[in-house]
Design a protein around this ligand. Structure first.
Ligand code: TTP
Ligand code: MG
Length: 302
């Protein structure tokens, strides 16, 4: 059951900073789904195309310069052996029941719609007929729900944020660990959490209780990612922080199949190093105004 992991209004600042929130994002999601479906080894460069453009690119292909929104021809110039798998498409005279499913709301859905004569399913993609067929995302929706149900079985508070990401509030799990484990067990969880986790600024669990809680959260996060991998075969990256926004920024910092923590101490440093516009809501005109205002207050160097 998805619920909103918001900021409970009644919490004061110190309670908010005792929260431990994880953001999980599947790595090159559609590409993982197609590789698994077709039995292609994850080390093979692979991309998912919609018509002539790429909408998901696996990491072996990214490491060789292939990016989302390149077209298939451009991408194959970079990586001649790139496997391009076209998203599933359906014709107008088939699968009417899929249409209802396709109309469901997902953050990244892009449905190509057209009318005309249906053509046979192709996997090379370039000859997919945009006029007569439309995109079906059901493979990815099904994979998404398998991941979400693995998360729901493992965690108390899960909020699905899009087809390939979710927030998990593990505050209670951390509280329970602190309350019931002995000192040696807590030390072991903290060590494990730190060992498995990248950090913008290294965690200092020996001197900071907040960092200790994040380290235990990181240990929990590694366990959640391992159980999703075991249940579904998919890798995810994770971010661990005291709130959702920072957890989301963190999960993108070490991809694929890695996790990152953002401590209170890291916040200042991270805000300085990140383009401010990557924060949700500050991408457009508002961001420009805020940036201009900050420059007025702090000078051009801000
Ligand atoms: P993302 O999580 O943004 O990307 P990703 O999972 O492919 O790669 P990453 O490892 O960086 O997380 O989006 C999830 C899926 O949504 C992606 O696999 C394909 C689809 N998608 C589109 O179809 N069009 C888009 O413009 C974006 C951003 C995603
Ligand atoms: Mg993703």
């Amino acid at each position: 059951d998805a619920r909103d992991i918001g900021h409970p209004g009644s919490m004061d600042a110190s309670q908010l900073q005792r929260r431990v929130v994880i953001h999980l994002d599947l790595d090159c999601f559609y590409a993982q789904v197609e590789a698994k479906r077709l039995g292609i080894d994850p080390s093979v460069p692979l991309a998912v195309q919609q018509w002539s453009g790429l909408i998901a690119v696996n990491y072996p292909a990214r490491h060789r310069g292939v990016k989302r929104h390149l077209n298939v021809t451009e991408a194959k110039k970079l990586v001649p052996e790139l496997v391009c798998v076209h998203v599933e498409t359906i014709g107008d005279d088939e699968g009417g029941h899929v249409d209802a499913e396709a109309a469901e709301d997902d953050a990244h859905d892009v449905a190509g719609v057209g009318v005309g004569v249906p053509t046979a399913e192709k996997t090379d993609g370039t000859s997919h007929d945009k006029q007569s067929r439309k995109v079906s995302l059901r493979r990815y929706r099904r994979a998404s729900w398998r991941v979400m149900s693995a998360l729901a079985d493992r965690c108390e508070h899960v909020e699905r944020a899009s087809i390939d990401e979710a927030y998990v509030d593990v505050t209670r799990e951390v509280d329970a660990a602190v309350a019931t484990a002995n000192a040696a067990e807590i030390d072991e969880m903290v060590r494990d959490g730190v060992r498995r986790t990248g950090a913008v600024v290294p965690l200092t669990p020996s001197t900071s209780e907040h960092d200790r809680r994040l380290a235990i959260g990181a240990h929990v996060c590694a366990g959640i990612r391992a159980s999703v991998l075991e249940r579904t075969g998919f890798t995810m990256s994770g971010g661990i922080a005291h709130n959702k926004m920072l957890a989301k920024l963190a999960s993108a910092r070490n991809k694929p199949n890695r996790q990152t923590a953002v401590s209170r101490r890291a916040v200042t440093e991270m805000m300085e190093s990140l383009p401010m516009r990557s924060i949700k809501g500050l991408g457009g005109k508002l961001g420009e105004k805020v940036e201009a205002a900050l420059r007025r207050v702090f000078g051009e160097g801000s």
